[in-house]
Design a protein around this ligand. Structure first.
Ligand code: MTE
Length: 313
């Protein structure tokens, strides 16, 4: 559907009409108001000091070299800031990330509302270098700054009815002008099973490359689930809710045949319109074989023991 197929197919050949139209409408909506803002991460350019210096590196990090800061911040999917890969950097400054709060609610004994400042404490953070495999057929290696989502979940004390965790992105068409165009049913929603959410690989990120998270990468707080296709890693989160029933994510709603709830990286299960067997690392030309669970099988395969992963794609 709207998430595009592999990058080696020329986009002029495959960009669906609806996506083309959405992008044109989005540009009209943002440019008409004189709101075209310069790109930039965090805004102040060269004068920015490293914010999270000397963080401990997680043993769960990959040893592959990270992509460049430029690639990571100028080749993005964040449809709330436009559907072209360059749009999120161009329109990043629309999004204001202070004040920002995160509501943790639903089936739990200790619901809470956190201010973002509660999470940006260097002593509680670490660097996690993870591969991100996008469903479109490309991948990147990103040095995130974050902490395990399990910490927030434990504080909330989910009840026995809590089977799933639902995540919701900010809904504010002024700050996220892509939401003026109905590419998806806004706000963006994602979900995990509670045990997936509690897994030590699952983090909430507040930065990358040792600095505060750039807006285009989902500031001020985004999920990172490295064994799942990139679209599960929801950006700019304002709500985490514990629920009994499986949530319906935005992509499942938009195209249920193409995007399942699990969305585990799986070279053996093709997307209905393209293979998932290989990927192209951004910055390279050669193709790499895509690894089961994006290479994190040893850590996560047991979560899916006995499940038919063709059915639960
Ligand atoms: N979260 C929101 N709210 N909106 C989006 O459009 N895109 C997803 C995911 N999270 C998206 C989102 C997709 S398709 C991918 S591949 C990753 O973000 C990309 O993250 P990155 O731009 O930081 O590499």
């Amino acid at each position: 559907m709207l998430i595009r197929p592999p990058a080696d197919i020329r986009s002029s050949e495959i960009t669906p009409q609806a996506l083309y139209r959405a992008r044109r409408d989005f540009l009209k909506a943002t440019l008409a108001g004189g709101l075209a803002l310069a790109a930039g991460i965090g805004g102040t350019g060269a004068a920015r000091a490293a914010t999270f210096a000397e963080l401990p590196a997680s043993p769960l990090s990959t040893e592959e070299p990270p992509n460049s800061l430029h690639d990571i911040t100028h080749y993005n999917n964040f449809y709330e800031l436009g559907t072209d890969k360059r749009d999120p950097a161009r329109f990043a400054a629309h999004l204001k990330t202070r004040p920002w709060s995160l509501a943790v609610e639903g089936e739990c004994e200790q619901p809470a509302v956190y201010a973002i400042e509660d999470f940006v404490r260097p002593h509680a953070l670490e660097e996690r270098i993870y591969r991100l495999r996008c469903v479109e057929g490309w991948s990147m290696v990103i040095p995130w700054v974050g902490f395990p989502l399990a910490e927030v979940i434990r504080q909330a004390r989910p009840t026995s009815r809590a089977k799933y965790v639902e995540f919701t992105t900010l809904h504010d068409p002024k700050m996220l002008p892509g939401q003026r165009v109905r590419v998806l049913d806004w706000p963006y929603v994602e979900g995990l099973r509670l045990d997936e959410a509690m897994h030590p690989l699952t983090i909430l990120a507040v930065g990358l490359y040792g600095e505060v998270l750039p807006n285009q990468n989902g500031a001020p707080l985004r999920l990172v689930v490295p064994w799942k296709y990139g679209f599960k890693s929801i950006k700019s989160i304002v709500r985490i809710r514990f629920i009994e029933e499986r949530p319906v994510s935005s992509w499942m709603k938009a195209a249920p045949r193409e995007y399942g709830f699990y969305s585990n990286v799986n070279p053996e299960v093709a997307h209905p319109r393209w293979s998932q067997a290989t990927e192209r690392r951004i910055g390279e030309f050669r193709k790499r074989d895509t690894l089961m669970f994006n290479g994190y099988g040893e850590q996560v395969a047991s979560l899916y023991a006995g499940m038919d992963l063709r059915k639960h794609f």
